[in-house]
Design a protein around this ligand. Sequence first.
Ligand code: F6R
Ligand code: MG
Ligand code: MG
Length: 368
Amino acid sequence: MAAEKITLSIIKADVGGYVGHTTMHPDLMNRAEECLQEALDKGMLVDFKVMHCGDDLELIITHKRGEEDEEIHQLAWDTFVSCTEVAKTLKLYGAGQDLLSDAFSGNIKGLGPGCAEIEMEERKSEPIVVFMADKTSPGAWNLPLFRMFADPFNTAGLVIDPSCHGGFRFEVLDAKQNMTIELDCPGEMYELLAFLGAHSRFMVNRVYRRSDGEVAAAASVQKLSYIAGKYVGKDDPVMIVRSQAGFPALGEVLEPFAFPHIVEGWMRGSHHGPLMPVGFEDATPTRFDGPPRVIAAGFQLANGKLVGPLDMFKDISFDPARQKANEIGEYLRRHGPFEPHRLPLEQMEYTTMPGIMDKLKDRFVQNA
Ligand code: F6R
Ligand code: MG
Ligand code: MG
């Protein structure tokens, strides 16, 4: 008999910041825990953890209902609505900002919150890492995912573990056209990089092990701006990565973040900045509303129970990455409103920028 499958669902939203867009008020975390505990008591969930990264509330849920389950998504939605009520009472900043619809309609995708899910047959031992970022966007995962699953200079297992030799398949979303393409590594690595480098438009949705089709990683790829048609806040992303025994080792999964690469999303979602790996306690971005941050929560799954989290980036060996991120952040900041610190014009079309063009449109004089 096939083993029973477990689904890990990470569903997140910004439903109110404390103070400004900095972090999460403990009352929201408590309310979220009450909502999920109630569902657990009813037998709907196997386990859950409530976390936050900056001002984003992160619901980490295990259950046996599969991916895109209406009741699980409804539960997350209701939890965010309930937390919004708390945020309104405390007059927290941007209460309910990521809930773009007045009502839930079957699937949380497209309604504002971000979501990454994997249904899996739990292995003999199932080490996983949940990455959560703030002040950035889903394209931030492209570079680290490529390094983990396709770059032998990062992942030694691609060279020395025969079970990785078949390579990995990347499912990539074109967020502008709402289309996906699958590309295999190592064979189609160059084509893949042509897309992944353009991370404001193309983003990795899922990664599969080619030898058996087993899912290795899943990311949230909702782009709030494209969904809403105007700027309504950030689409701070999450992702799940499975590790060890035929997947990259835990250290290979974390290693890409030792390089604080440049991502979009700093201040007003309109600036580039380095993605700084931090411990849970330090996920409180205050310098110029940043710089962008990522935390990593390690878990062992035990029949769906979430054993953890272990704070993976707390390790002092990530100190140099933090130092480098602060140096790069400082250097970029000196550019003030100039590109490349500020995003290029075409990526500002969903910000408040078009208002400036509109205000001044009659002042432009046509040259002969
Ligand atoms: C971070 C973020 C901030 C805001 C900025 C302006 O998530 O959203 O950088 O963009 O603080 O916020 P508003 O427009 O709400 O005053
Ligand atoms: Mg916010
Ligand atoms: Mg946020």
